[in-house]
Design a protein around this ligand. Structure first.
Ligand SMILES: O=CC(=O)O
Length: 325
């Protein structure tokens, strides 16, 4: 049995240890198991410590944490292949210290996530979910016409994080006639959109803020009270990144006091829990962290994972290494 064979690492196909929560399964139509020997502690018999000592590649499915304790059990580990765009669940500092490479989903999810950000923005500005409820709940014949929405075209859109997702958002919203500006870790020399040095200045010059940057120590609560004040009473916040990028307590207070125009949220600080104050607000569109979830995205993800693992096992450059700062 492979799980008991400490030398399995040297056989073909190469062994990859799977790291996941029991509730997080492989994407449908898993092609990985035809190319690699996947050792999945959730479905295989207990993995022997000897075998763990020889593991070189770890495949992380979903947001399962990779901590120093995880790494201590895997002294030969050289690569962690992540299945998400965000890698805030992986201790990158510790990986760097141990010289372990980390890869993410690359651009596999970028188009679907950008589409979703635009959909959330439409949902907020044109009140789509609220209009749907209005019709279903029978208010139309009783109360008459539904309140006006807001036009998307010509809005000033500020993008927080002009990476692979942010760039796709920019492309889409520019096509709708919006003007685009951004704040990122670094100004991009290849990009002509105006760059602001910080999130407050970006917000002060935007009608809409789209949050799609990576979550790390620098970006935690990057959308804070000051950014919300700068965005102003009509301002809209869309978050398709990670919940803790936005100070959710402040966001709720601003929305309740009418000091923000609305929000479209796919992610939350304490998922799957959503602040109850948001549930009753028609200017807020809520979504269960699913901007990436299409069969097409998951197919593309498998391509990226397979390409990274193949590159690793044949000593070629990785396809989507997480950038070192
Ligand atoms: O949230 C999803 C991802 O980071 O891929």
């Amino acid at each position: 049995m492979a799980g008991e064979n400490p030398n399995f690492q040297n056989t073909d196909p190469p062994t990859v240890l799977v790291h996941r929560f029991p509730s997080f399964d492989f994407p449908p139509g898993n092609r990985l198991s035809t190319q690699f020997h996947l050792l999945d502690p959730i479905t295989s018999p207990p993995t022997s410590p000897v075998l763990l000592h020889s593991i070189r590649a770890l495949l992380c499915i979903g947001p399962v944490p990779v901590t120093p304790e995880t790494l201590n059990r895997l002294p030969s580990l050289q690569i962690i292949v992540g299945s998400s765009a965000g890698v805030d669940h992986i201790d990158l500092t510790e990986c760097r210290r141990r010289n372990i490479a980390v890869t993410n989903a690359g651009s596999a999810f970028s188009e679907d996530t950008a589409d979703y950000a635009v959909a959330l923005l439409f949902g907020v500005l044109r009140r789509l979910p609220a209009g749907d409820r209005y019709v279903r709940d029978g208010f139309w014949p009783v109360n008459g016409d539904f309140p006006l929405g807001f036009k998307l075209g010509a809005k000033r859109v500020g993008i927080l994080g002009l990476g692979s997702i942010g760039s796709e958002v920019a492309k889409r919203l520019a096509a709708f006639g919006c003007s685009i500006a951004y704040f990122s870790r670094k100004k991009k020399t290849s990009v002509l959109f105006p760059y602001y040095e910080n999130a407050i200045d970006l917000a002060a010059n935007s009608d809409v803020l789209i949050v799609c940057c990576a979550l790390n120590d620098e970006t935690h609560h990057i959308v804070n009270k000051d950014v919300m004040v700068a965005l102003g009473k009509e301002g809209v916040i869309i978050n398709v990144g990670r919940g803790p990028l936005v100070d959710e307590k402040q966001l709720v207070e601003f929305l309740v006091r009418g000091e923000l125009g609305g929000a479209g949220l796919d992610v939350f600080e304490n998922e799957p829990n959503v602040p109850k104050e948001l549930l009753e607000r028609d200017n807020v569109v809520l979504s269960p962290h699913c901007s990436v979830a299409t069969p097409e995205s998951f197919e593309a993800l498998q391509d990226v994972i397979i390409a990274n693992l193949k590159a690793f096992f044949s000593n070629k450059p990785l396809v989507s290494p997480v950038q070192k700062d």
